[in-house]
Ligand binder design. Structure first.
Ligand SMILES: [Zn+2]
Ligand SMILES: [Zn+2]
Length: 309
């Protein structure tokens, strides 16, 4: 992890200890330094190795900030924690729930999502604890097209930040008798966390090439200036959790996504679409499988090569 952060943490700890004892040598107790948030404000996938291995952090602390009434199911959170323990070497995964007020928005832009994080997030990396923030929203993503069925279930926009559009998750689950809120929540959480683990080609280098390509509205592969196909940070293997059947508004999809336009210059590598997850879950439940879809061997190989299990 970054040395400056560790040094600042040590200094801060020293200051706290200094304040709590009576052996002050001229320090004024009022001068408490603000929390250093830098390590938690990096790009998606930048903390992949720190999440997977125990080199720098042994514990994961996940803040679940949910709009009152939009708390995720216990069943989904249990499944999510098992997934984290299966894929990483973390010895402890702690969930901290925080009910927050509704922002009273019809839809949320990325800038608004970032502002909400500034307002609500309370956990940041500390000592050997790596902190994650997940916001469960009562509003859909800006740019959703309900008529076309293009809805966003969740997105990642930083190394330790994620949003789940819980209102959209529930609406989607209601469409199918066989699929529960917990199924959609768990699949969305696991998929988005896969991006924080650096999948695919997003901070974790693929061992074998299995990155899918970005396509335009006509289904044609988009190419860069040299004529090479542009990767879309998703997996090309059928049935894999990191496959996105219907990807829209990826980082290179210029201007197509409202969510990708933001004043913070954040790159959103994934807006997980409802249609994609519905298809994933329907294929899965038709085989009679109870657990959410898992990672294929290529994705597992990548994670293992970057410090994961
Ligand atoms: Zn994705
Ligand atoms: Zn995969």
């Amino acid at each position: 992890m970054n040395k400056t952060f560790i040094i600042i943490s040590v200094l801060f700890l020293g200051l706290m200890l200094g304040c709590s004892s009576d052996t002050l040598d001229g320090d004024t107790p009022e001068q408490i330094r603000p929390v250093d948030k830098t390590a938690n404000l990096q790009g998606t996938g930048d903390s992949a190795r720190d999440l997977l291995s125990n080199d720098n952090f042994r514990k994961l602390k996940i803040e679940i900030a949910y709009v009152d009434g939009f708390q995720p199911t216990q069943e989904a959170m249990n499944g999510f924690v098992s997934y984290l323990k299966e894929r990483t070497f973390k010895e402890e995964v702690e969930l901290v729930y925080q009910a927050v007020q509704s922002p009273d928005e019809e839809s949320l832009t990325l800038d608004e999502i970032v502002d909400l994080e500034d307002k609500h997030r309370t956990v940041y990396n500390e000592d050997d604890t790596l902190a994650i923030y997940i916001y469960f929203a009562d509003a859909p993503a800006d740019g959703d097209d309900l008529e076309e069925g293009l809805v966003t279930l969740g997105a990642v926009y930083r190394n330790t930040s994620m949003i789940i559009h819980e209102a959209t998750v529930r609406r989607l689950a209601d469409q199918s008798f066989f699929i529960s809120d917990a199924d959609v929540e768990n699949t969305t959480l696991n998929h988005e966390f896969g991006h924080l683990f650096g999948l695919v080609n997003l901070g974790t280098t693929p061992i074998n090439d299995h990155e899918d390509v970005q396509v335009d509205e006509n289904g044609e592969a988009e190419t860069d200036a040299r004529g090479n196909p542009i990767g879309n940070n998703h997996c090309s293997v059928q049935g894999c959790l990191m496959r996105a059947e219907l990807q829209f508004g990826g980082p290179s999809n210029k201007g197509a996504s409202l969510l990708s336009k933001n004043s913070n210059n954040l790159v959103v590598p994934c807006r997980l679409s409802g249609a994609s997850v519905l298809k994933m879950l329907e294929n899965h439940t038709s085989k009679g499988l109870a657990d959410p879809p898992g990672l294929d061997n290529e994705c597992l190989l990548d994670l293992a090569s970057n410090g994961g299990r």
